[in-house]
Design a protein around this ligand. Structure first.
Ligand code: PGA
Length: 249
């Protein structure tokens, strides 16, 4: 079974609601592509205006984070039900910026993963090594650890629907895309790890993205790799270039 490609934009902390609406209006015709899932992961305050602006298009809207409790005294957090109430289908979890600046760990990511599945939200779980880890030759061990902890107690049926984004930290926002070979190698290892945790059928269905300075030039080769099912795109998702990335073929 061929896996459907998924190209997601990660807006990070960019775009006020009014800027967001303008951007969606510009990108709407450019990202039309029936063969690819197109997701805009946007700041919480932009979710509703982006959904309105994206009506009638193929754009699906995702969140950039979510808390693992149902509700209550967690000032500043967004609950899964708040997301599903407005129709959010995807959530980015464990982005390296959240791990680095907001004390996110693989354990908290795991709690969020379980909560997302419970609410029918598809997680886009990020993993990735630092430059030091790559140079020390521990990339695969590190990524395996992130994936194993992230998927603790996730069932095979849930895992099949998940998305994993492999994002080497040294490639994020640096303009330094991993080579096609480096990206494919790690994505293949992630799929192998999923096969070990679950089985071959689960590994064959789960979608694995590459992220880190993806642009219109690098996307075609990256997305053509056997184990790369699309991309998580930061900087270039805020520009018309995103249309070219979605229509990479
Ligand atoms: P970038 O960001 O494309 O700007 O490198 C990717 C990401 O952090 O998801």
């Amino acid at each position: 079974m061929a896996r459907r490609k998924i190209v997601a934009g990660n807006w990070k902390m960019n775009m006020t609601p009014s800027e967001a609406v303008k951007l969606v209006e510009t990108l709407k015709p450019l990202v039309a592509n029936e063969e690819v899932d197109v997701v805009f992961c946007v700041p919480a305050i932009d979710i509703i205006p982006v959904m309105e602006a994206a009506k009638g298009s193929n754009i699906q809207v995702g969140a950039e984070n979510m808390y693992f409790e149902e509700k209550g005294a967690y000032t500043g957090e967004i609950s899964p039900a708040m997301l599903t109430d407005v129709g959010v289908k995807y959530v980015v979890l464990g982005h390296s910026e959240r791990r680095e600046y907001f004390a996110e760990t693989s354990e908290t990511v795991n709690k969020k993963m379980l909560k997302a599945f419970e609410h029918g939200i598809t997680p886009i779980m990020c993993c990735g090594e630092s430059l030091e880890q790559r140079e020390q030759g521990i990339t695969m061990d590190w990524i395996r650890q992130q994936v194993k902890v992230g998927f603790l107690n996730v069932t095979a049926d849930q895992a099949k629907t998940a998305v994993i984004a492999y994002e080497p930290i040294w490639a994020i926002g640096t303009g330094k895309t991993a080579t096609t070979e480096q990206a494919q190698e790690v994505c293949a290892e992630i799929r192998k790890c999923i096969a070990e945790i679950y089985d071959d059928a689960t590994a064959a269905e789960i979608r694995i993205q590459y992220g880190g300075s993806v642009n219109a030039k690098t996307a075609p080769d990256l997305f053509a790799q056997a184990d790369i099912d699309g991309g998580l795109v930061g900087g270039a998702s805020l520009k018309e270039e995103f249309g070219k990335i979605v229509n990479y073929k």
